[in-house]
Design a binder for this molecule. Structure first.
Ligand code: AMP
Ligand code: MG
Length: 388
């Protein structure tokens, strides 16, 4: 058990801890009551709730916290309680630090400063970490043929996807508004000077948002921290994305449940992996409805509209940064074009669930590519009860 401590002081901290506790306990109890042993995964990917079972199995330390507008959770094995709690604190601290540097919701972050100076010609000094993430984002942008583009923030803003919609009725922006922003969007407007450690946004109307890649980077650093603290096996989760730490190839792997894109309390597939990171991008994470149509937060930069056709894509990659960035990029690319892109990306695998529309989800809606081939077990719709 983690010590809950009395250092909080502020009511808000206590509140978040209670929320965190509830988020952990509910799936755990539900797991104990409901799941069947045969198809039970270690945890669920894609925002369906924290590391239910992974947190149950003899971890010497576990902790959950709120960061980047979402929940993070970590479990570590093979360290005594005290050292485990130190390792967990280091993991927590690094995710908060990355948020303070890269969040576009925090006014003092390096990214916010860069955004405020868009179009002024003033260079912004950025630290090596922001520089690294920006340069990786630009690289994924190039490798994905522009499907991943951090300047899409300007469109995300227009569509108001900074609001965590959960299916409310909201009127979308007009076609004319979308087109006028879309034509300006493009990472060509970002000038990154790695030798000077500076960045500049040329277009005054553009903004950068690392929301499609930043959580992954924070998870990688959290994994480094727990390893440095002596942890040999750990499970880290941030906003539904998972980073596994362990000796790959040695011992048991992990079985990870993939969320049903239309039914939050069900899983539709189980992935078996030994390590690395798993990220899911889904059209259910942040969406609103208008006249019977779903509008969601993953935008195709070439159209300015939500990237229709896919309900979710789950990516397995050695690093969480790649899993995160590519899950967004491959969502936009779609299964067909995405599989072609993956052919040039050794080590990265993907599972697409095509949008079933109004109909039921069947095996025909699943596409697997790259190293995930042979590691996906489809569970089917069953008789309607979870995990059957
Ligand atoms: P994820 O949940 O990792 O797929 O990231 C989604 C977030 O990434 C959105 O909330 C936006 O902030 C941002 N985003 C949306 N579309 C794109 C895109 N085409 N390229 C890069 N970032 C995007
Ligand atoms: Mg992503």
């Amino acid at each position: 058990m983690t010590g809950s401590g009395h250092d909080a002081g502020e009511g808000t901290t206590v509140m978040w801890r209670l929320i965190a506790l509830a988020l952990i306990l509910v799936p755990i109890l539900w797991t104990l009551l409901d799941r069947q042993e045969t198809t039970r995964p270690d945890a669920t990917v894609g925002g369906a709730g924290p590391a239910a079972k992974a947190m149950l199995r003899g971890a010497t330390g576990r902790r959950a916290w709120f960061v980047m507008g979402t929940m993070a959770a970590a479990s570590v094995w093979d360290l005594g309680e005290e050292r485990a709690s130190e390792a967990l604190e280091r993991a927590r601290a690094v995710t908060l630090r990355i948020d303070s540097l890269m969040s576009s919701y925090i006014a003092t972050s390096e990214i916010s400063l860069l955004n405020r100076r868009a179009g002024t010609g003033i260079q912004t000094q950025i630290g090596s970490e922001t520089e690294f993430v920006l340069s990786r984002a630009l690289q994924i942008g190039r490798d994905s043929g522009g499907r991943f583009d951090v300047t899409v923030a300007s469109l995300v803003e227009l569509w108001r996807f900074y609001v965590p919609w959960r299916g409310e009725e909201v009127e979308p922006p007009s076609r004319a508004e979308i087109d006028s922003v879309r034509t300006r969007v493009g990472q060509r407007s970002i000038r990154l000077d790695r030798s000077l450690g500076t960045a500049l946004l040329e277009d005054p109307g553009l903004r950068i948002d690392l929301g499609g890649i930043g959580k992954g980077y924070a998870l990688d650093l959290a994994a480094d921290e727990v390893r440095r603290a002596g942890v040999g096996r750990a499970y880290l989760e941030l906003g539904g994305q998972i980073r596994l730490v362990g000796e790959e190839g040695a011992g048991e792997g992990w079985r990870l449940g993939i969320r049903h894109p239309r039914q939050p309390d069900r899983i539709v597939a189980i992935l078996s992996v030994e390590g690395g990171s798993i990220a899911t991008s889904g059209d259910y994470e942040r969406y609103f409805m208008w006249e019977g149509r779903r509008y969601f937060h993953i935008i195709d930069p070439s159209t300015g509209w939500p990237a229709y056709g896919t309900a979710s894509v789950t990516v397995w990659a050695p690093s969480a940064l790649d899993a995160d960035g590519w899950s967004t990029a491959l969502f936009v690319a779609g299964a067909e074009r995405g599989a072609e892109l993956l052919a040039g990306l050794p080590g990265i695998g993907a599972l697409w669930i095509l949008d079933p529309g109004e109909g039921p989800l069947t095996d025909a809606h699943f596409r697997v590519a790259g190293p995930l081939i042979g590691r996906v077990e489809l569970l089917g719709e069953g008789d309607g009860s979870p995990f059957d």
